[in-house]
Design a protein around this ligand. Structure first.
Ligand code: MSP
Length: 581
């Protein structure tokens, strides 16, 4: 209580903006989704970013509400023209082509310690049934009709653009060439018989929803973009083509997909098919018979790259409104990893290989870099130097610190008779005014506020902010150790003890809070500290900073904790601690 109260006082205003990223009720499972990947080529770092954010939220929820089930959906988006063409180019049958590449995404998830609870492939019979079911429901409601549809189609983006969304960019080979303004992807004119969904019917309701839920799309800029877009659609200012969404293609053009129920001459549009994965992944339509208060639907959090906002913020919710289903609580759109300021993408060919990077650096160093440097608002250039810098940072700040705090040599004179709780240490040294005492007091203050700061970052969808709070704690821990210099012969035993105990407490707090970000390293650390799995590693345990649990344990096991290297690095250690930015 003592510690928790102080922590909340210190962070004061930081609680004001908190979003509801935890499960909305005590019983509703937490449901987090990532977009499902096109298996048209090997995965790249951008895909891992999306998966990692999903994993961080899933793991955080398991820590914060251990009694609440977590559903975490990932998968592959296997139909459509893009896949059909990629398979043809590879001289393979699309099914076998997807099978092979879908495995690469599953292998990446495993290598990156992504703990998804389901990995859905849209080519699965279970998913197909759900798509057919939804199609039939919408048809029965009179929301689907067949008509002649025309527009500029991009195979890369798998969507139509209106006249105003494309630009004429003639080349010597193709004087008629055009591309989409938003993505630079080539487009071609399509005009054919299609089924369309009456999107416009839901614009007012959707706008009302977004106006009532200003936190439903994050960062706020994307919320604003969606609201403005909907207003423009309602005012009829966006031009033709937005009132209805084309949701099928002629089978002559697209054969790789789910046939339209009752009309085998048409294949269902890949995005209509793909977006329903969020429903099929949790057993829609009967949700596998889950009782009402245990229904996983709707998603608490949908992680997406900023390029696919329109599909998740407009198309999916419109379909859900048509089905009378509740809307997802939050969409978190993240910015892109770029190379020389260009989006890293398979079509451009400028990709960084996540499997190789993980093999070279170890999974947690790659996770650390992505979480520390990735942003929701601004694109970040992928850089080997930065990866190196952040990889050294965590190794020095945490790896080397563990070895120093648990060094038998440094603390060999302690025999357990100097016992003081962290609270007593705090009260004792607060009264002194030398620099060593101040350093100890500052460290305990930082310990108290860190969990709240990490939580604040996570709950406000600012992953990098959460990670930075842990960097600051570890810097403070390292600084205190250096300031107190336990290796000096004349260090008084009670100061030595205070140094040791606060060092272990720093590691306990860092270890618990690091679990969502670098889980294998955190587990190694918490195992070494001997923290009990069931209760000792939860968010509740970390909020009892300096509480008796930690101190009792430390007193009991004093000098029984042996430092183990947390990181196996092929690279030489830097001479100094890397400075966080
Ligand atoms: N298949 C669709 C999603 C359907 S969801 C019902 C798709 N697939 S994708 O493979 O192109 O992209 C999957 C995710 O990876 C998207 O969130 C996308 O934004 C993300 N990224 C792809 N390239 C990226 C970067 N260069 N940087 C960060 N994330 C990027 O879209």
């Amino acid at each position: 209580m003592w510690a928790a109260r102080r922590a909340s006082q210190r962070c004061g205003s930081v609680f004001v903006r908190r979003l509801n990223v935890l499960s909305a009720s005590n019983t509703k499972p937490f449901y987090v989704t990532t977009p499902i990947f096109y298996p048209n080529a090997e995965p790249h770092i951008g895909h891992l970013q999306t998966l990692l954010i999903g994993d961080i939220y899933a793991r955080y929820n398991r820590l914060a509400r251990p009694w609440n089930p977590v559903h975490f959906l990932a998968g592959t988006d296997e139909h459509g023209l893009k896949i059909q063409q990629a398979a043809a180019a590879a001289g393979k049958e699309p099914g076998a082509f997807c099978e092979e590449l879908s495995k690469r995404f599953q292998e990446l998830a495993e290598a990156a310690s992504i703990q998804s609870t389901s990995f859905v492939r849209t080519s699965s019979p279970k998913h197909r049934k759900v798509v057919e079911h939804v199609w039939n429901e919408l048809t029965a409601k009179g929301l689907i009709r067949k008509t002649t549809y025309s527009g500029w189609y991009s195979v890369t983006d798998e969507c139509f653009y209106t006249k105003k969304q494309v630009v004429h960019a003639p080349t010597p080979e193709n004087p008629e060439a055009r591309h989409a303004i938003a993505t630079n992807s080539a487009v071609e004119w399509h005009e054919e018989e299609n089924y369309v969904f009456r999107l416009r019917e839901f614009s007012e309701k959707l706008l009302e929803h977004y106006n009532e839920h200003p936190n439903s799309i994050y960062p706020a800029q994307y919320h604003l973009d969606v609201v403005q877009y909907l207003k423009a659609v309602i005012d009829g200012a966006q031009g033709e083509g937005l009132d209805e969404l084309s949701i099928s293609r002629s089978i002559d053009r697209l054969s790789w997909g789910i046939p339209v129920p009752g009309d085998p001459s048409q294949t269902i549009y890949v995005w209509f098919d793909a977006l329903l994965v969020y429903l099929s992944g949790v057993g829609y339509p009967d949700f596998e018979g889950a009782p009402k208060d245990l229904l996983p639907w709707p998603p608490n959090m949908q992680i997406i790259g900023k390029d696919i906002l329109r599909f998740h913020a407009i198309y999916l919710p419109s379909i859900l409104l048509a089905l009378d289903l509740p809307l997802p609580h939050h969409i978190l759109a993240h910015a892109h990893w770029t190379v020389d300021q260009k989006k890293m993408s398979k079509s451009v060919g400028n990709v960084a290989d996540p499997m190789k990077t993980i093999a070279d650096y170890g999974v947690d160093k790659v996770r650390w870099y992505l979480a520390r440097a990735g942003r929701s608002r601004t694109d970040v250039d992928w850089s080997q130097n930065e990866l190196e810098k952040y990889s050294n940072e965590i190794q020095s700040l945490l790896g080397n610190y563990v070895l120093r705090v648990t060094s038998k040599k440094l603390f060999k004179s302690l025999d357990g008779t100097q016992e003081m709780s962290i609270k007593q240490i705090y009260q004792h040294y607060k009264k002194q005014d030398d620099s060593k005492s101040k350093s100890l007091v500052d460290l305990i203050d930082t310990q108290r506020t860190t969990p709240a700061r990490v939580k604040h970052g996570i709950e406000n969808l600012e992953i990098a902010e959460a990670v930075r709070a842990l960097v600051l704690l570890l810097r403070e821990g390292n600084k205190t150790l250096t300031e107190l210099a336990p290796w000096k012969k004349n260090t008084p035993p009670e100061l030595l003890y205070a140094n040791y105990v606060t060092g272990l407490e720093t590691l306990r707090i860092a270890g618990i809070c690091l679990q969502p970000f670098i889980p294998s390293t955190a587990e190694k650390l918490l195992d070494m500290l001997g923290l009990e799995r069931e209760r000792g590693r939860t968010w509740r345990a970390v909020e009892r900073v300096g509480g008796t649990d930690a101190c009792e344990r430390v007193k009991k096991d004093i000098m029984d904790i042996h430092g183990v290297p947390l990181f196996q690095s092929k690279k030489p250690l830097p001479a100094t601690v890397a400075k966080p930015v």
